[in-house]
Design a protein around this ligand. Structure first.
Ligand code: ACO
Length: 328
């Protein structure tokens, strides 16, 4: 029997309307546009409106991906949503999206792997498709980090933004689709990047709110070093597993954490100018949404051609990291 691959047949994304610039941030915390731009490469980010939930962003991106794919909601067999900023701790936000888009025949579940979530979700989806369990899977990354960042902490609040991206994967015979996925974790490093409250370790309490537990905590320097090393290592792992050189990659889509992290990975991989897609300047770090957002942006600009080798490369809280190599 011919081998089935999970192929992207549609991409979509959604960015909230409101733009928060570095100049706006200057009025909120002790920072400057020049500092943020030089240290992170971020100039602006989007912030969800008060009435918008993560499931709204995810549903908007999904509708655009399904429209491009020419697939009706009831033709989707599974919805996998990468997020760590869901509407509720539970039920899963994927279930809420399933309802909003009318994917009545789909199972739905969330993946929690922070900024690596979309790559984890793609790896999971590809296995369901390759084994014949699903024909079409909607894979989404959606986040509203603006609701969990501490707007009094200049070390972190400048980095993040809101948004969503989605792809429709379909099982097809032939050479196009996901060629490999590689996933890794190091749970011993969880404390370097996490959201303390509120879960079973720190249940909801007034004291917890006063201690600012609901907000993201990050050890920026350690995260920076691990992100560079891990994103490089897992990219090399993907290249070696497929017996290809970095020069053969048409476009690498890294998790858009920080321009300096991306430059360091690009330099170590010896990529040419234009081989790595970067939009962190306009979107900031949108965690699990960053890769599908960038992928849709590039796709709609016509930057991806049939047969291109495309590499997705992510690192995030957990720690987690992973790659997904596709033939477009
Ligand atoms: N504005 C002005 N000054 C600032 C700001 C700010 N917004 N934030 C920190 N500073 C100050 C610090 O207080 C420090 O001052 P000091 O020397 O008087 O103590 C100085 O700037 C240097 O601070 P560093 O932390 O050493 O600055 P660094 O160059 O490392 O940049 C940054 C900090 C941008 C957070 C960097 O460490 C980084 O990008 N880390 C990775 C962050 C990231 O991408 N996280 C997410 C990745 S994984 C995921 O997405 C889940």
């Amino acid at each position: 029997m011919a081998q089935i691959k999970a192929r992207i047949i549609g991409t979509g994304s959604y960015l909230p309307e409101r733009i928060l610039t570095n100049f706006d941030l200057e009025k909120m915390v002790d920072t400057s546009h020049d500092w943020i731009s030089a240290r992170t490469g971020i100039d602006e980010r989007r912030i969800a409106a008060d009435h918008e939930q993560t499931s709204d962003l995810a549903a908007a991106a999904s509708r655009r991906a399904m429209e491009m794919a020419g697939v009706a909601p009831d033709q989707i067999d599974m919805v996998i949503l990468a997020t760590v900023t869901g509407d509720f701790p539970w039920p899963s936000t994927a279930c809420l999206v399933q309802d909003k888009i009318g994917a009545s025949n789909a199972s739905a579940w969330d993946v929690s792997a922070a900024c690596s979530g979309f790559v984890y979700a793609m790896a999971s989806a590809s296995k369901f498709i390759e084994t014949g369990s699903c024909k079409r899977v909607l894979v989404i990354g959606a986040e509203i980090f603006s609701r969990i960042v501490d707007w009094e902490d200049r070390n972190t609040c400048i980095l993040f933004g809101d948004g969503a991206g989605a792809v429709v994967l379909e099982g097809q015979e032939g050479e196009h689709g996901i060629l490999s996925t590689h996933l890794h974790s190091d749970g011993s490093q969880w404390e370097l990047l996490y959201q303390p409250g509120f879960g079973s370790r720190y249940p909801a309490s007034v004291a917890g709110i006063e201690a600012r537990l609901p907000f993201l905590k990050m050890a920026g320097n350690e995260v920076f070093k691990m992100a560079v090393r891990s994103m490089y290592d897992v990219a090399v792992e993907a290249l070696q597993a497929n017996n290809i050189q970095a020069s053969e990659i048409a476009m690498l889509f890294p998790h858009q954490a920080n321009k300096r992290i991306l430059d360091a990975v690009s330099k170590r991989l010896k990529l040419e100018d234009g081989q790595m897609y970067v939009n962190v300047d306009k979107c900031g770090n949108t965690s699990g949404a960053s890769i599908p957002l960038a992928l849709d942006e590039a796709n709609r600009k016509g930057l991806l051609n049939r047969g291109d080798l495309v590499l997705l490369d992510a690192f995030g809280g957990g720690f987690t990291w992973g790659s997904c190599l596709l033939r477009w």
